[in-house]
Design a protein around this ligand. Structure first.
Ligand SMILES: Cc1cc2nc3c(=O)[nH]c(=O)nc-3n(C[C@H](O)[C@H](O)[C@H](O)COP(=O)(O)OP(=O)(O)OC[C@H]3O[C@@H](n4cnc5c(N)ncnc54)[C@H](O)[C@@H]3O)c2cc1C
Length: 311
């Protein structure tokens, strides 16, 4: 049978999470990997998906009903072709997690969530208890609906492939939801889940003003994404979409610098797979030091500006 990967895209480009999901699809060893690009006027995104190495076919479903990525319509589009596949994989992003359960429910199968490793075509590994244990899940469902934790898989090469592109009829609007508006945070900085370097600040920063004053210059110097602990977000020091952790974003950059973050398990669950972890904390007992490759016991209000100056 064949594997279907649901592309995350903006109608023109394919988002990086799709590349990691393709790698997971290949690991399912169940035959060819197809990619569904469900969008509106999304030929460019379909062409980009066709270049991903390892993809045999791109199914381009184009319809005005798919313009705003409404979960009801995207799920209907997936269901229209689902019976042709043994595995249907979504990135475990907000979008993927919005659509996958609808597909699983309609197919009457159990969703396998947040997969970090594929052991065999029917056996998968996923973290539980905030990453403190790994569950090995075997599924006997005929169609396996899976969300993929993208940090668990290397990205497939974005160029070099030459998949065929097949047009599919786009579904009609379900009428169950309608698009009202979207407020998008615009930032010059790299998106957290795609950033190679992330600098994160915690409650120790003390205010939104100090967070910006101390953390932004370091992020600027390193061309890094800016992250935050939940305590910093809850206190209003940093916006919600900067939160790293169990209930925030799961990241695994090359370098993660945690400043004034204690290292609660819920925070570690979102960043402990980072390649190199640097922690700056004035408490030598802070749990963040247990996962840090480099630890600096210091006051961040002195250490971070000095680091910026030295860079
Ligand atoms: C269900 C659930 C889900 C959660 N999800 C998340 C999540 O997704 N992400 C997340 O981050 N948290 C999450 N939390 C919250 C988590 O438990 C912690 O409360 C939170 O991570 C603490 O944030 P913090 O490290 O910034 O603050 P604190 O724990 O207060 O730590 C502040 C640290 O700063 C240090 N410090 C203070 N002043 C300085 C200074 N001048 N220089 C250097 N260091 C200094 C202190 O020594 C301390 O270690 C969740 C909690 C629950 C219950």
């Amino acid at each position: 049978m064949t594997v279907l990967v649901i592309a995350e895209h903006d109608h023109a480009t394919v988002k990086p999470a799709t590349l990691n999901t393709v790698t997971a699809g290949i690991a399912c060893q169940s035959g060819d990997v197809h990619v569904l690009v469900a969008g509106a006027n999304a030929a460019e995104a379909a062409a980009a998906a066709a270049k991903i190495v390892g993809v045999a076919k791109v199914i381009a479903a184009d319809s005005p009903s798919l313009a705003e990525n409404l979960a009801e319509n995207v799920a209907a589009q997936v269901l229209a072709i689902a019976k042709n596949y043994s595995h249907i994989l979504f990135p475990a992003t907000a979008n993927g997690k919005n659509v996958a359960p609808r597909v699983a429910a309609k197919l009457d199968v159990a969703q396998i969530s947040d997969v970090t490793k594929v052991d065999s075509p029917d056996t998968f590994e996923r973290p539980i208890y905030a990453g403190n244990a790994i569950a090995i899940v075997q599924s006997s469902d005929a169609i396996k609906v899976i969300t993929v934790r993208t940090t668990g898989f290397d990205p497939a090469a974005a160029t070099g492939g030459s998949a065929t592109v097949e047009n599919a009829e786009g579904v009609a609007d379900s009428g169950k939801s309608s698009f009202v508006g979207r407020e998008v945070t615009k930032s010059e900085r790299p998106e957290l889940t795609a950033a190679k370097i992330i600098v994160s600040g915690g409650r120790a920063l003390g205010s939104a003003e100090k967070f910006t004053e101390v953390m932004a210059p370091l992020a600027d110097k390193l061309n890094a994404g800016l992250g935050a602990s939940r305590a910093a977000v809850d206190a209003g020091y940093a916006p919600n979409d900067w939160q790293v952790g169990q209930t925030g974003k799961i990241v695994a950059p090359q370098l993660y610098i945690a400043c004034g973050i204690s290292g609660a398990i819920q925070h570690l669950a979102g960043m402990k797979d980072s390649k190199v972890i640097v922690a700056i904390n004035k408490d030598p007992e802070a749990p963040i030091f247990s996962v840090a490759d480099y630890g600096l016991e210091a006051d961040l209000f002195t250490a971070v500006p000095e680091l910026v100056k030295a860079l």
